[in-house]
Design a protein around this ligand. Sequence first.
Ligand code: NAD
Ligand code: MG
Length: 404
Amino acid sequence: MVKPETHTRSASDNVAHVSILGATGSVGISTLKGIEEHAGRFDVTALTANNNVDLLYEQCLKFRPEVAVVANEKRVDQFSARFSGNGYKPDIFAGSHGLEQAASLDEVDFVMAAIVGAAGLPATLAAARTGKRILLANKEALVMSGSLLMDMASQHAARLLPIDSEHNAVFQCLSGGSEREVERIILTASGGPFLKLPLKEFAGVTPEQACAHPNWEMGRKISVDSATMMNKGLEVIEACMLFGKDPSDIEVVIHPQSIIHSLVAYVDGSMLAHLAYPDMRVPIAHALAWPQRIHSGVDGIDLAKLGPLEFTAPDQNRFPCLRLAYQALEYSGSAAVILNAANEVAVESFLKAEIGFTEIPVVVDAALQHVEHENMQELEMILTKDQQTRLFAKRFIEQTGLRH
Ligand code: NAD
Ligand code: MG
């Protein structure tokens, strides 16, 4: 279980050397902003991107990492050529192996795991294997890994700090009592852009509407997951793994204002909540500085100006993806791998306008019913199940006429 016992920085770790996996994404960019605010405290050792080599190049010029990784091997030459005639050039690595190298460099202390989706799993495991502090945003990696990531982290004394705002909030609230005094964990959910949309209009929702989250600016995949509430489903699984809880110990409550990021209920009837404006710089600053605190660049809440905070139970008919995630937890074994892979394929198809919004849970449900569930202990088995599910989901979309 990830729990906040105290720890003091030693004199020798005054500068933390950071590797940012997924530097060009929403979380990666916010992390670099946080680091920039505290120049001298953090040093950027490695940056990685998939396709956006223009932004990666700009980030390299600004932060001067020793290593840069372009995951998409077809873009490596284009990236490398940008440095010609320049005094500075980082070591450039490519592909999934390059990501693992960036995560496990000897000089790296902290790894920000901010790649989206299953692609981030091998590098996150590499960070765990080499005992890094892992700032975990890449929830899909944890959801897929079963107990592998948690076990590897504990074996190699790698400290996992949650970046997902809800889990970061829970982590902070857990310092209010001991593990056995915790009665349950309450994850808040904004409900996304379609909380109040009439159900009959769901089928016509466009990718642009789904990506227009009311409170958070995020990458497109997590934005769609927020609109279907699969994001909350993945987060329930993430919470079970991070905090060693059963699904019945995790409650989800809709809180459209996204001010309370989650709560912990204790046996004495007390509930501790974490409040902040919805801005990822807050949990990122917390995890970068933990166990100390640093300025995040985000103001504290002006309570008098806040207005009412609302809470309601989620409607499972409106959001079948949330139910499917609880179902995957009941099946256990590879079900979470299947849920995640089918969802990634379905979301990608929806974003390309190949399938409709309401067809996302249809694809995930079919995969959970038809792809064989097995016990998974090794990375190879997990990756094979992930691939098998992706093939199933793509064929299902083609063959059932879901593809428009
Ligand atoms: P994003 O789409 O904005 O960025 C994704 C990053 O991953 C980019 O740097 C991209 O280059 C890289 N990437 C994508 N595919 C890759 C591949 N195949 N190989 C290597 N790199 C690849 O996503 P994001 O919103 O920053 O989210 C990143 C992760 O953080 C996700 O797991 C998401 O669920 C989680 N998260 C994000 C937020 C948020 O506010 N954005 C909040 C909580 C959790
Ligand atoms: Mg979250």
